[in-house]
Ligand binder design. Structure first.
Ligand code: ASC
Length: 152
């Protein structure tokens, strides 16, 4: 009896894991909400660094490093939420092309992840001129992807 119970618990656990993986986005709207949430928070933290880069806010090494770390982490999250069938319809700016050009989209995502990771590194080192340069490189990667795959 104990054995049966143990197996049942195990089976339930496995089923649970799969249903989470399978139903990561049960509906396209959930994928849209998820990626927009990530982008919103990412833009917020990127914007805080932007204010420093534009000399509107005094340079505080620790807070820039923290914001850059957050941006780099957030930049790893949204991509699979774009590649969901039906997620180019509804309340989104995603161009339908993005779903047809998976390789190009992936390349753009990889560029953003690489540039944001580099920004986190540079920010940890704490040299403002290098941060400014790398901030520009991240901004370019945002812009490149938006120009290709985002409608206005
Ligand atoms: C942001 C944001 C974007 C990018 C882009 C960079 O903070 O919301 O869409 O940076 O303006 O060129």
């Amino acid at each position: 009896m104990k054995k049966v119970l143990r197996w049942s618990v195990c089976a339930l656990f496995v089923a649970g894991i799969f249903s989470v993986a399978y139903a990561q986005f049960a509906k396209p709207e959930q994928a849209i909400e998820y990626r927009q949430g990530v982008m919103l928070v990412m833009a917020h933290h990127f914007g805080r660094i932007g204010a420093v880069v534009q000399d509107k806010v005094p340079f505080d090494k620790a807070s820039v490093a923290k914001d850059a770390e957050l941006v780099a982490t957030l930049a790893t999250l949204p991509w699979e939420a774009f590649m969901v069938p039906g997620a180019e319809k509804g309340k989104t700016h995603l161009k339908a092309e993005a779903l047809k050009d998976k390789e190009g989209f992936k390349a753009a995502a990889d560029a953003t992840m690489a540039e944001t990771a580099k920004l986190a590194q540079v920010a940890a080192a704490g040299e403002l001129d290098a941060i400014k340069t790398q901030f520009g490189a991240v901004g370019k990667s945002c812009k490149d992807c938006h120009e290709k795959y985002r409608s206005r």
